[in-house]
Structures are given as C-alpha cells and as structure tokens.
Design a protein around this ligand. Structure first.
Ligand code: SF4
Length: 377
C-alpha cells in the first residue's frame, strides 16, 4: 500500500470531472430483481440480509409499468433475477411484456424450479437467454453450500435448456471450498452445453460478508485458480466464452462497479426501490427512490442517489488524481461503505487506499471458521 507507483493523473490538482448534466447517458440495462424469495440458501449470497422489507413485491401490472418506463428511458436488455425469479408465477407474462417492447430478455436462475413445460412457456413468451448458476462439480459439496439437495435438479434443468436449443450461460461463484475444483467445474459446465461460462470469485456483500473468513481463498488457491482458468480458456475458449473474474481482495485492483455509477445499469428491487447497484440501498444519508413515488427516467437523471457518485467529481484522493479513475471508477461504493463507513472513500480493495490494510488482513486469514448457512428471514 502507500502512494508510490500509483499512476499520476494528468492534472493532479483538477478533478477531470465533466458536469453530469452535460453528459446525459441513458441506461441500457435493467436488473429486475423480481423477488428475493429463493429455495436455495447459498452461503455466499450477496442479497440483503434483512428481507422482511422486500416482502411487499410489485404486482404484475407494476412490473409491466417498470418495463415500459425502463424501455422509454433507453433500456435494451432486461435481466430477470432475484432471489429466484421462477417463483413469480407471472414470469412468462413479464418476459412476454419485455419481449414485446423489443428488449433482450435474460433469465438469471438457480434452475431448481424449472420444469420442461415452464421452460417451453417462457420460450414461447420470447425468452432469449438463460443464465444458470451451479455451485460445484460434486453433488455433496454443491448441496452443502446451497443448503439443500439442488445439484441434480440443476443438472436436469441444464439438460432441458440444452434440448430446447436456448443459449445457456453458466455462472459459478468461486470460494475457498470449491476453487480447487475450478477445472472440474468448468468441464461440467462445458458438458452441460454452456456457450458462456463465468467463473467469478465470491464478492463479500450481504450474507457473503458474514461468511468472509470461511469463504476467503488463500493466496496459493488464488494463484492456482488463475492458472487453471487460463488452461480452461486454452482448452475451450474457441467454442465457449470464458470469463474469469479475479478476487479484488487479492489483486489490489478494485472492481469497476456497474461500469460506473449510474452510467449504464439500473436495478429495481422487489419492492420497487430503484438503485444504481444491488447493494446501494444500504448507503447512509441518501434517500432510496422508489417506483411508487417517481418515474424511472426522472430518478435516473435527477435523484440524489443516482447522482451521488456519477463521474469523477465526488472522488477523494488518491482516486482524484489517478489515471485509473475512469477505468475502475474508484471501485465499489458499497464495499467502501462496508469496510470504512464512508461510501465516498476509495474502495479498500485498491492497493493505494489508506484502508487497504483491512483487505490485506482479511485476504490473509489463516483461521477458517465453518460456513454459516444462510437463513432467509
Ligand atoms: Fe486509482 Fe482510485 Fe482506482 Fe485506486 S481506486 S486505482 S486510486 S482510481
């Protein structure tokens, strides 16, 4: 850590900021978190821990209105997610509505409640793409981290998707308990017919933050995983898009969260909260806008929350004079808040953050407590 070696900005005293009002980008992606209900209880779940506030889910008509408003604001892709979106019985209606608006529809699912007839109905409604999570290559390990007997049902769901000819992505969250099997997991995903495979080290939010010490890979595991991911890419990269997401606690480089706050994506939570990223509802001092009290285009353009960390003018040092400020946007605001108490701080994952020691200490954990199973409340 420390400042040495940090890329110097062209204008150390200036911010390089463009006033937001002159930029007017439009959102292109909507993450529609239809419900936080879920049959799985993954130990690394990044959804909010306190779910009681989200039980009052938007109705079918309200979600249809959200989709109309999002499309009018510029959104072209909708990711139907959760929790488990298949638990919403109106999912085919919402897929059909988005599809009718000309949006590309992606279902982000555990696959667990996916029977053949449901898939057929969703495809008839216009579903374009399906993103399936798997936990591990081995049943017992997968079921342990997911909190139930789900692995075989996921494999069956993948079979249905493959038979239907739908484009399938497979997502895997990597952590201390499965990262040694990266190669085996990748082979399973390729066998399942994945056209895209995302191997992403776990991020520490929500329940995942509580399990941080249990899930944190060692430096040796991280190094071995990078080598294994490169081998997987060599073997399958010509047919399968392989995306390997490094662990920011170990790299010294923060994540370019949401590709810039309020720059491309917006999230609508099950209760209608409108957010720049999944975890932004936890940030203090900023009112969370909601579809019950405002229009999406207006919230996107003018709300305090969406404007709080747009561009670079809000940045403190060392980000303010760093050349990477338009590459990683100072990292993740929610991680900065979780680890420093200040959402405007440089993300401690950055090697130049004054708080980087906390991340190094967590990444160097030697005591590994047992995983605490997620309890949905
Ligand atoms: Fe530079 Fe800030 Fe990114 Fe660190 S977080 S690399 S200081 S812009």
């Amino acid at each position: 850590s420390g400042g040495s070696g940090r890329p110097a900005g062209a204008a150390a005293s200036g911010t390089g900021a463009v006033p937001w009002a002159s930029a007017h980008p439009r959102p292109t992606g909507l993450l529609a978190e239809l419900t936080y209900r879920c049959p799985l209880q993954c130990a690394y779940c990044s959804n909010p821990v306190e779910l009681a506030a989200y039980r009052a889910e938007l109705s079918t008509a309200e979600w249809a209105d959200v989709l109309d408003q999002a499309r009018a604001a510029g959104v072209l892709q909708v990711h139907l997610s959760g929790g488990e979106p298949l638990l919403r019985r109106d999912l085919p209606e919402l897929v059909g509505h988005a599809s009718g608006l000309g949006m590309y529809t992606n279902l982000v699912t555990s696959g667990v409640p996916l029977a053949g007839d449901r898939l057929a109905v969703l495809l008839d409604a216009g579903l374009d793409h399906l993103q399936l999570s798997i936990q591990d290559s081995r049943r017992a390990d997968a079921d342990r981290v997911a909190g139930g007997r789900f692995h075989d049902r996921k494999l069956a769901a993948a079979g249905l998707v493959r038979e239907s000819g739908t484009v399938l992505s497979v997502n895997v969250v990597l952590h201390a308990g499965n990262v040694a099997r990266l190669d085996e997991i990748a082979e399973l995903a390729v066998d399942l017919g994945a056209e895209r495979l995302e191997l992403a080290h776990t991020q520490f939010y929500g329940w995942g933050l509580r399990n941080r010490a249990a899930l944190m890979p060692t430096r040796a595991q991280v190094d071995a995983a990078a080598a294994a991911a490169a081998e997987v890419h060599d073997r399958h990269g010509d047919r399968v898009e392989i995306v390997y997401v490094e662990p920011d606690y170990h790299t010294g480089s923060p994540k370019p969260c949401m590709n810039g706050w309020g720059s491309r994506q917006l999230v609508v939570a099950p209760d209608g909260d409108v957010l720049p990223c999944l975890a932004a509802g936890q940030l203090p001092g900023l009112e969370t806008p909601n579809v019950h009290s405002g229009k999406i285009a207006d919230i996107w353009q003018h709300s305090a929350l969406f404007n709080a960390f747009r561009g670079t003018a809000w940045m403190p040092e060392p980000c303010r004079s760093c050349d990477l400020r338009t590459v990683d946007f100072g990292g993740c605001r929610c991680q900065a808040f979780q680890l420093t108490g200040d959402p405007a701080a440089t993300d401690p994952a950055c090697r130049w953050s004054p708080h980087h020691e906390t991340v190094l200490a967590a990444a160097g954990t030697v005591e590994r407590p047992p995983v605490i199973p997620r309890r949905l409340r």
